[in-house]
Design a protein around this ligand. Structure first.
Ligand SMILES: Cc1ncc(COP(=O)(O)O)c(C=O)c1O
Length: 373
């Protein structure tokens, strides 16, 4: 099976894990702290707080932003379901906004159309690593007194005008699940420039405790509990893997870009009717997902054929309002979200993928569309 993505692990990750196991300290500790420093630098933020996943990170970001029952949060329906679920985790109400026809992200117009007097926050999702127009959304939120939180689960490494997509974000959240550009099995991080917010996020991931576990260890500091909270801590085993992965990030991104360009060339020549997702010129995209759009209502049939032939393609992006979990939610029309949900397809993009493997995918794609290559 050609995988949809594949973690890039080597002897460095193995050595890092072994060192942590032999150290006798496997809970959150110095390796998580080192990983956080690297994430912050890459995200263009002063602070990063590591957590167990982007889902738990989004939960804490909403808590830190003071969002709760009675508040509405504008969120794209077209996103992994966690974007909507995170709003529900704080007891707030998700309100779906549509995306653009060209890119799978909300626009200032679609956000304005979803706005109500109860809107307190906007969750801007940089879907598949492709950025929203965040400066326009920031301006809109600023003018209307709402918080802008960025779901950058997919977006580590994406640059806009040469700068990290989340630079100077109020609160941004990243994922390190294996479908993302780097991974340590599971993991997430929340970034911010505000020292007080970072300190609160650290308490919120650790039962509300006023002293971190490793600082408490072996000395007489007595912990206090400032507020009720959760256990969303990452282990130092994960932190050590993540830290090595961060050092590999440039190589990973370069290889994903190479593979994507391979598809652009091959698909452009063989199957011009397949639309490739093309980010704007000022964006250096991290190619988190190799997304294409299959015309003529054939996506599901094409996907089935590819999977039967050992090609690990997946459906592209889901729309939460088309899933039983969220179909009951009142909403306006979401035509572009529905179009993307019906026709988007994720092709295998993995480290070291060869030209021959890409030929195999494109030939299978052509056959599934009833065309010879
Ligand atoms: C846009 C988006 N938000 C949130 C998540 C949730 O990430 P995690 O699996 O780390 O909780 C994902 C995961 O695919 C995602 O794509």
């Amino acid at each position: 099976m050609l995988p949809i993505i594949q973690p890039v692990f080597g002897p460095e990750e193995e050595a890092a894990v072994l060192a942590v196991l032999r150290s006798g300290w496997v809970a959150q500790g110095p390796h998580v702290a080192e990983f956080e420093r690297k994430v912050a630098a890459r995200a263009g933020a002063k602070y990063a707080v590591a957590v167990t996943s982007a889902t738990t990170g989004l939960h804490l970001a909403f808590v830190a932003a003071g969002i709760g029952p009675g508040d509405e949060v504008i969120v794209p329906s077209l996103s992994f379901i966690a974007s909507t679920n995170a709003v529900w985790m704080v007891g707030a109400t998700p309100v779906f906004a549509d995306v653009s026809s060209e890119l799978p992200v909300m626009t200032p117009e679609t956000v304005r159309a979803a706005w109500t007097p109860k809107t307190r926050a906007v969750l801007a999702v940089h879907q598949l690593g492709v950025p929203c127009d965040r400066s326009a959304l920031r301006q809109l939120c600023f003018e209307r007194g709402a918080r802008l939180i960025e779901d950058a689960a997919c977006a580590l490494g994406t640059l806009v005008d040469g700068k990290p997509v989340t630079e100077a974000a109020d609160l941004a959240v990243f994922s390190f699940h294996p479908r993302k550009v780097l991974t340590m099995g599971e993991g997430g991080a929340v970034t911010t420039d505000d020292a007080d917010v970072a300190e609160r996020l650290k308490r919120l991931r650790n039962h509300g405790m006023t002293v971190a576990a490793d600082a408490r260890h072996g000395n007489a500091v007595r912990e206090g509990f400032a507020e009720p909270a959760w256990n969303y801590r990452l282990t130092d085993i994960q932190g050590a893997i993540g830290s090595v992965q961060m050092d590999r990030l440039d190589a990973i991104l370069a290889d994903r870009q190479r593979v994507w360009q391979g598809y652009v060339t091959r698909l452009g020549a063989a199957l011009p009717q397949i639309r490739l997702m093309t980010p704007p010129d000022n964006v250096q995209w991290n190619v988190q997902t190799g997304c294409v759009r299959i015309p003529g209502g054939k996506r599901d049939a094409v996907l089935k054929t590819l999977n039967e032939q050992g090609i690990g393609a997946r459906r592209g992006i889901l729309a939460a309002h088309m899933e039983p979990a969220w179909e009951h939610l009142p909403r306006g029309p979401l035509p572009h979200s529905e179009a993307w949900a019906h026709d988007s397809l994720a092709l295998p993009v993995f480290h070291g993928m060869t030209g021959a493997q890409q030929d195999e995918v494109v030939t299978a794609l052509a056959a599934a569309l009833g065309q010879t290559r």
